[in-house]
Design a protein around this ligand. Structure first.
Ligand SMILES: *Cc1c(COP(=O)(O)O)cnc(C)c1O
Length: 410
């Protein structure tokens, strides 16, 4: 293997039986790195040089035939550090290729802008990431692209919303904040019947818990800011899919320019190495917390796909390897009581994010949906005392005793 070519994925880590933790550590790197470094070098460079004019000409010739072999002339078109992490993510998703973006929203908006054109239409399931919904209903609408919002879990409505000009079904699993789980088999079967592409945001699941490509989903997006990075210290986004789709997206990224910088890509790779350990632990910890909360008299309701009280428990049990690290619940009392409960917690910080080593907690009514009136929130089922608990990697018993003392306050 030539020195410096880190875009080559070791064959042995590409096969189906390799576990996610092995892939998270090894996929996308060659055994021997430049200067024998164990870890992926950070190619902190804006541009690349050519030995002489003949080198330029042969590079351009190869590039025009789509055979640039990982080489690039400028970092907006490709960077070896970024490429190594893309190869690792592709392996983790079981996809042919993956592309990194500067944030999860950059990934989502770029994919939508690339696939859709004026006059086309998308179907979107509700209870999705708020900015994805806002982007579709305002920005895309301005470009003459219509969106139909259908209730998550209503497959008849999903199918009925498809029109001749529908290009894409956009959905999430598990969703935020109610952790609804899409039946990927039904989704793909409906989409294939109508020759529509599918895009699933599985930020909350990670490839450790579900790999939608195996079900025939076309594109899988992630906010790498969450579990993939895992340390609440970076913003990144990714899209995985077929070589053809990703290649078209890569071309467009060269124009749009929403690339991930090499240093952040390196941090993402560093975080990814422990993805399997973190997510497995967070799955278990969140499950124990969900069970504890559902037995507590001060808790009105718990949404966690691992509980048989969750509307999608059957799908989740069939489809997910773990139920994820986020638990949503409503406590008894008022908006202010929920605030008092949150303020009494010692370990989780108050923050809108999730997926990192630190537990985070927030009250959507005063965070994500602060701008809506109580009635408007009620219409989209965001109750005043709803709490989203993003479980970190702290010891479960510490989080449980923290929850117990804070619940005693209200
Ligand atoms: C955070 C998040 C996004 C947006 O990602 P950023 O990295 O913050 O841009 C998209 N989808 C889901 C499900 C998210 O949780």
């Amino acid at each position: 293997m030539p020195e410096g070519d880190i875009s080559i994925m070791a064959e042995s880590v590409q096969n189906h039986t390799t576990g996610p933790s092995t892939q998270a550590v090894h996929a996308g790197r060659s055994r021997q790195q430049p200067k024998d470094a164990l870890t992926t070098p950070i190619y902190q460079t804006a541009t690349y040089t050519f030995a002489d004019t003949a080198d330029v000409v042969s590079y351009m010739q190869a590039k025009s035939m789509g055979m640039s072999n990982g080489r690039s002339e400028y970092s907006r078109y490709g960077n070896p550090t970024v490429k190594a992490v893309e190869a690792r993510l592709a392996a983790l998703e079981g996809a042919e290729d993956a592309l990194l973006y500067s944030s999860g929203m950059a990934a989502i908006t770029s994919v939508l802008l690339s696939i859709l054109s004026t006059g086309s239409h998308i179907v979107l399931t509700d209870d999705c990431y708020r900015r994805t919904r806002d982007f579709s209903l305002t920005f895309l609408k301005r470009l003459g692209i219509e969106s139909s919002l259908v209730p998550m879990g209503d497959y008849a409505a999903l199918e009925a919303a498809i029109r001749p000009e529908t290009r894409l079904i956009v959905t999430e699993s598990p969703t935020n904040p109610y952790l609804r789980v899409i039946d990927l088999e039904r989704l793909v079967s409906i989409a294939k019947t109508h020759r529509v592409k599918t895009l699933v945001d599985t930020t909350f699941a990670t490839p450790v818990n579900v790999r939608p490509i195996e079900y025939g989903v076309d594109l899988v997006v992630h906010s790498g800011t969450k579990y993939l990075g895992g340390h609440n210290d970076l913003l990144a986004g990714s899209v995985a899919g077929s070589a053809d789709l990703i290649s078209a997206l890569r071309q467009n990224q060269g124009m749009i320019g929403d690339v991930l910088d090499p240093h952040t890509a390196w941090l993402l790779e560093r975080g990814l190495k422990t993805l399997g350990l973190r997510v497995t632990y967070q799955n278990q910890s969140a499950y124990e917390i969900a069970c504890y909360l559902s037995d507590h008299s001060a808790v009105r309701r718990v949404w966690y796909p691992g509980l048989d009280t969750h509307p999608d428990h059957a799908i989740a049990a069939r489809q997910l390897k773990g139920f994820g690290g986020v638990v949503s619940f409503e406590i008894e009392g008022t908006l202010e009581d929920a605030g008092r409960f949150i303020d009494a917690l010692q370990y989780p910080s108050i923050s809108p994010s999730l997926g990192g080593v630190e537990s985070l907690v927030n009250q959507p009514a005063v965070m994500t949906y602060y701008d809506l009136s109580s009635e408007e929130r009620a219409r989209i089922s965001i109750s005043d005392t709803l709490i989203r608990f993003a479980v970190g990697i702290e010891d479960t018993h510490d989080l449980l005793s923290d929850l117990a003392q804070a619940l005693a306050v209200v």
